[in-house]
Write a protein that binds this ligand. Structure first.
Ligand code: HT7
Ligand code: ZN
Length: 874
């Protein structure tokens, strides 16, 4: 397969001003007629032919300026494209093609799910619907007419505003949609079928009334309230915080249960995975509620960052994704606890992006090349991309950042632009030279930040030496220093904040300040420091780096005293992680893991003050995860890590049993289920206590069984069932069977049943996972179900995935090979965990490589899976 390189970008030869599409919908034979008004792009080579992308289309007819095109002037390429020779500089091209949505299991292009029609065009799905220059820098105005059987397909939706509907005879009907805003083809959408809508409305701050609709399957209407509420809050927030108003008369969201990702921001017609729309207390966990709020906000925010201002090419993907993740993170932070949100986001970044940056698929936020762009919707492009936007925000401050956003949008509205355009707007709005920050977009790998310090009592000078180093990544051996904003403060020995004055400054600053480390090593000299201070660094996680080598006693001190909640939480985590890694080393030497009374003290202190902020306390109680610990090791040892974590949980559960039980009982909910931040925090804390109690022994397991039976909401029920699924108790089989019987008819809940079992640490889990794969309710064609079992096992169960027999690896490879011909995109995304073979013992690494090779040797492998497996093996 061909490698696409960023440096090879060339402007499109032809532009398409308007697109008129006509769909005659039929599951096996949909006819798509298209009328394109094209003209030669003055910015491109004058002699380039008119080439239209296409994939799997049956061409029925092609006409140029009203005349049928002879075969001699139209060539169908081996890749499915259509090239017109001797095209005039401007004209009208009409094509008619046939496609079979029902056969489309890849879920890219036009496909059916449950008898309804849906599209997914990002990144390159539009070419599976009609012939078109399917690239984001071709922006056109669309009108769409849809015709279908009225009884089976009563609802006909597309982008933009409705523009008429009527009877088409013979039991069919039609509807027309017009989108006044130019857009790239990846934002095209069509949804049609037997759907019902939950309506609402929003009046923009300039007084325009927008009709809002969420379209779902009959029966799901009662579970859309939270999604609608999140949408309305998002619309309001974007007006208040960024001055951005919605720009159409309607905003439609359609939910579909077969979907390759979370959701899609098509102009005026977002398509969502049902997972990110449907929620009720009985069926959705607090995590699901939070996920819905995030994804609804994210897709809505794309209306300006992505849709009105879009990407010139797919290498610029983070221009829309990193920026929009930053915006959705800020939205959520403003809805509740900013500190807890930051902690959760950093936890997510470290769990997914840091390992990616340290593995074979490491790539810059703006990649240099790809084979299959679908493989680059990654934590690096999304989450690290958001961190880079946050860096800029920290560097220039919120006021200049907002000015920069205004400038970015006003300069680039209705255009397809690059990351330079975004950074350039921030630079011009702030008057700060941001050129060095471009390195964050172009250099892969997670920088390591180390600290040394010294205090001179004679001069009362305190010198902080910051050093950075970025390890080599595939294809990028030499690394440049990056500009790293380090938000920091100094504490005295009682934990009180010291004002800070750097050499050369006139006055001391109170509170947090930001140092800019922009060389490999730099000294920061503070004046008038009365005694040796404790530095608090990287407050709020001001840069996506690994802060290394902070001594344990400083971490303990900061975990208790720092004013910055992120540093308090992180210091506790780093302290625990360092201790746990020491115990892993002991286990590897054949010794028993030890126990740190300091950790039990920290848990006791957290519990004692938990009432002030239960959500924060819950975050502080959870020990660093197995993946996080593995990522700290040069060569991981999943068994030893699991053993140490389990041992420590048991020890803490035993030592702090009384306090844990008291907190657990005090948090028992009596009133109705509520979904505000405090209630969610109380449930998280209560379930964190329960997890320790269950780790400690039978009484705790019995408590989990009782909670499972008594729970009236999915959060508490699932938390208890997950603990039972890990335990040796008769309540386990009973609970799992009862849960299955109760929720068999609910796809989203049943996914949880599969995941819980896939992530169990019990012996025999691999065989259980194989049995679940053969279960009548398992459906490889449904991406949610595939991820719930295969993804949860490979990414969420390091103990069994890395079983020394290699059976876990073999299961994953078998599943990928079976899924690839059905849905290559989803198959390729599952391969990731096999790529971390360099971080495992040689014997395990060999087994992993063998399975990657088996994937690679599969005939007709999709180019996505080829890219993932081949890069993993390099
Ligand atoms: N922009 C959307 C990405 C997306 C996607 C990409 C590839 C294949 C299928 C897809 N579905 C959605 C989602 C987002 O980030 O907002
Ligand atoms: Zn997005």
């Amino acid at each position: 397969p061909k490698t696409i390189r960023r440096g090879d970008y060339a402007p499109p030869a032809f532009l398409i001003d308007t697109v008129d599409l006509d769909f005659a919908l039929d599951p096996m034979a949909t006819i798509v007629r298209s009328r394109l008004a094209f003209r030669r792009n003055p910015a491109a080579a004058a002699d380039a032919p008119l080439r239209l992308d296409g994939e799997g289309l049956t061409l029925l007819e092609a006409r140029l300026d009203g005349e049928a095109l002879p075969e001699s002037r139209r060539q169908l390429g081996a890749d499915g494209s259509l090239t017109i020779t001797d095209a005039p500089d401007a004209g009208i091209l009409e094509t008619s093609v046939r496609i079979a949505p029902e056969r489309n299991t890849a879920l890219s292009g036009l496909y059916t799910s449950g008898g309804n029609f849906y599209t997914q065009c990002e990144a390159e799905g539009f070419r599976r619907i009609t012939f078109f220059p399917d690239r984001p820098d071709v922006m056109s105005r669309y009108s769409v007419t849809i015709t279908a059987d009225r009884a089976r397909v009563p609802v006909l939706l597309s982008n933009g505003n409705p523009d008429g509907s009527g009877d088409a005879g013979e039991g069919r009907h039609w509807a027309r949609w017009v989108d006044p805003h130019p857009k790239p083809s990846y934002l095209f959408a069509l949804v049609a079928g037997d759907l019902v809508n939950v309506p609402d409305s929003f009046t923009t701050r300039s007084g325009r009334k927008v009709a809002l609709n969420i379209w779902v399957r009959r029966g799901d209407e009662t579970r859309c309230g939270h999604a609608m509420d999140s949408l309305i809050r998002s619309m309001k927030w974007d007006e208040e915080v960024f001055g951005l108003e919605y720009d159409l008369d309607v905003f439609n969201i359609a939910a579909v249960s077969d979907f390759n990702m979370g959701a899609m921001e098509n102009k005026g017609l977002n398509v969502f995975n049902t997972k990110y729309v449907l929620a009720s207390p009985e069926t959705a966990t607090d995590g699901d509620w939070q996920g819905i709020e995030t994804v609804i906000a994210h897709e809505y925010f794309h209306n300006w960052t992505g849709n009105r201002v879009t990407c010139r090419d797919w290498f610029q993907l983070s221009l829309k994704e990193g920026l929009t993740v930053f915006r959705d993170q800020e939205f959520t932070a403003d809805q509740g606890s900013r500190a807890v949100k930051r902690i959760r986001d950093v936890r997510g970044l470290r769990a997914a992006q840091f390992p990616e940056d340290a593995g074979p698929m490491a790539h810059p936020v703006r990649p240099d090349s790809y084979i299959e762009i679908d493989n680059f919707y990654t934590p690096t492009v999304y989450q690290k991309g958001a961190e880079v936007v946050r860096l800029l925000h920290t560097r220039i401050g919120p006021v200049a950042f907002r000015r920069g956003m205004d400038l970015y949008i006003s300069r680039n509205d209705n255009q397809a632009v690059t990351i330079e355009d975004f950074v350039g707007a921030m630079q011009d709005a702030s008057g700060t030279d941001l050129t060095p920050f471009m390195r964050w977009y172009d250099q892969a790998g997670t920088p390591e930040l180390t600290v040394e310090d010294s205090y001179d009592p004679a001069t009362r000078r305190y010198t902080l030496t910051l050093r950075q180093r970025t390890p080599p990544t595939p294809g990028q051996v030499e690394k440049q220093p990056l500009p790293i904003p380090v938000a920091m403060g100094l504490l005295d020995d009682t934990g009180a904040a010291l004002p800070t004055r750097l050499a050369g400054e006139n006055a001391a600053q109170p509170g947090t300040r930001v140092l800019l480390l922009d060389g490999a090593v730099q000294d920061f000299v503070f004046e008038d420091v009365p005694a040796p201070p404790v530095p608090s660094l990287l407050r709020g996680f001001s840069a996506p780096v690994r802060l290394k080598g902070v001594p344990q006693e400083r971490l303990r001190f900061l975990a208790v005293h720092d004013s910055d909640p992120f540093v308090r939480w992180d210091s506790g985590q780093q302290y625990a992680a360092a201790f746990m890694l020491e115990q892993v080393a002991r286990v590897q030497r054949g010794e028993a893991p030890g126990f740190a009374p300091a950790l039990a003290d920290a848990v006791a202190n957290t519990l004692a003050s938990a009432d002030a902020d239960p959500a924060f306390a819950a975050e502080a109680l959870v020990l660093p995860g197995e993946g996080f610990l593995a990522d700290q090791m040069e060569v991981a040892d999943p068994e030893a890590i699991h053993q140490v974590r389990r041992h420590l949980r048991r020890q803490i559960g035993t030592h702090c049993g009384a306090a844990l039980l008291a907190t657990y009982q005090a948090l028992t909910e009596t009133g109705p289920y509520r979904i505000d931040g405090r209630s969610i925090g109380r449930r998280s804390l209560r379930n964190a206590c329960l997890a320790y109690l269950a780790a400690a022994g039978e009484d705790g397991v019995a408590l989990a069984a009782a909670q499972y039976r008594a729970a009236t909401n999915m959060t508490d029920q699932l938390a208890a069932l997950a603990l039972l699924a890990d335990a040796e108790t008769p309540a386990r089989e009973a609970g799992l069977a009862e849960f299955h019987a109760k929720w068999r008819g609910d796809d989203l809940v049943l996914d949880k049943w599969f995941s819980i079992q896939a992530m169990s640490s019990r012996p025999g889990t691999i065989a259980a996972v194989r049995a679940l794969y053969a279960h009548p309710d398992f459906d490889l064609k449904n991406p949610n179900r595939a991820r719930a079992l295969i993804g949860a096992f490979a990414s969420g169960n390091p103990l069994h995935f890395h079983d020394s027999s290699g059976e876990g690896y073999r299961f994953l490879a078998d599943a990928v090979i079976a899924l690839d011909p059905i849905n290559g995109q989803t198959a390729a995304r599952l391969i990731g965990p096999l790529g971390l073979w360099r971080r495992q013992w040689v014997e395990r690494g060999a087994l992993m490589r063998r399975e990657l090779q088996r994937v690679l040797d599969t005939p007709n492998l999709s180019k996505g899976s080829f890219e993932k497996a081949s890069k993993a093996l390099q």
